[in-house]
Design a binder for this molecule. Structure first.
Ligand code: NAP
Length: 274
């Protein structure tokens, strides 16, 4: 498998997403993903499954230091003291001394970015967090976060799949050397119905989902985080990293995305998108 390591944090380019998995399947699926060859697990305080993710990590026959583990903290905990306390609670639930990547899950409407990032700097200095990043940040917010962080910003985790046009954000992050983590890389299953992806999938004898993942990995500095509750799909999703798309195929898929393709935009959390 061509799982490359991306950016300053050396993030494995294919990660396993754990949002909206049935609670009683999380530990089994995390262990199965690791056994299949995934070495990157993405969770969040908000998914209320950190204990099960920790259980899956312990159950798998893989050392902790071989796995790249990410969690995320919600804005209600963005004052510096609350951010540190929330991270420590996440570490406890995960059953680990550190996470590889800690993300500010959504931008706060109240707490200045620099205040939260100062707490993130402290967590990194204390060895509880290896790398810091953000999620759902606009270009200006990314710049503010990078200016306040003492280490290179390891990622902006954003909605990215063939149905949404994220060209400007990707170019912005690329110009700053900041990796893009693609969440909902399968558009929560919608990519399966897209005619362009189906046609290209047929030509490669793979599914539209695999084409979507392969296309994401052709974007500069990009990482894909597919979620599945089906153990049989783990290998397909991992193997998508080996699909080689032609320049013409990439151009066809580039033309699919639109500004209206966004799926995830909760009113209480989403910023005014760029
Ligand atoms: N930072 C954020 O705000 C944020 C927001 C959303 C998501 N995320 C992260 O990104 C991860 C992925 O996004 P997501 O959970 O929204 O959904 P997603 O990965 O885009 O799509 C998951 C859906 O695709 C289906 N699927 C998976 N592999 C498939 C395959 N090979 N062929 C056909 N269908 C397939 C799954 O069905 P089956 O289960 O039946 O396979 C499921 O219905 C999350 O789990 C989470 O870790 C982050």
């Amino acid at each position: 498998m061509s799982i490359t390591l991306i950016g300053p944090a050396q993030i494995p380019s294919m990660g396993f997403g754990t949002f909206q998995l049935e609670q009683d399947t999380v530990a089994d699926m995390v262990a199965a993903a690791l056994s299949e060859g995934f070495r990157h697990i993405d969770t969040a305080q908000a998914y209320e499954n950190e204990e099960q993710v920790g259980e899956g990590l312990r159950r798998a026959d893989v050392r902790r230091d071989e796995v790249f583990l990410t969690t995320k903290i919600l804005p209600e905990h963005f004052s510096p003291e609350a951010f540190i306390a929330a991270t420590e609670a996440s570490l406890k639930r995960l059953g680990t001394d550190y996470v590889d990547l800690l993300l500010l899950h959504w931008p706060s409407r109240d707490v200045p970015i620099a205040d939260t990032i100062s707490a993130l700097n402290d967590l990194i200095s204390a060895g509880k967090v290896r790398h810091g990043g953000v999620s759902n940040f606009t270009m200006d917010m990314v710049n503010q976060a990078q200016a306040a962080l003492n280490t290179p910003l390891a990622a902006n985790q954003i909605e990215l799949h063939p149905l949404i046009d994220q060209t400007r954000m990707i170019a912005h992050l690329d110009s700053k050397g900041i990796p893009v983590e693609a969440y909902s890389p399968l558009a929560q299953g919608k990519v399966m119905e897209n005619a362009t992806l189906r046609e290209i999938g047929n030509a490669h004898d793979v599914s539209p989902a695999q084409i979507a993942l392969a296309w994401i990995l052709t974007r500069p500095m990009s990482i894909a985080l597919p979620r599945t509750s089906n153990p049989d799909r783990l290998a397909d999703n991992l193997r998508a990293a080996d699909i080689v798309l032609s320049v013409e195929e990439i151009a066809h898929i580039d033309a699919v995305g639109t500004a209206e393709g966004r799926i995830v935009s909760p009113g209480t959390l989403a910023p005014e998108w760029d």
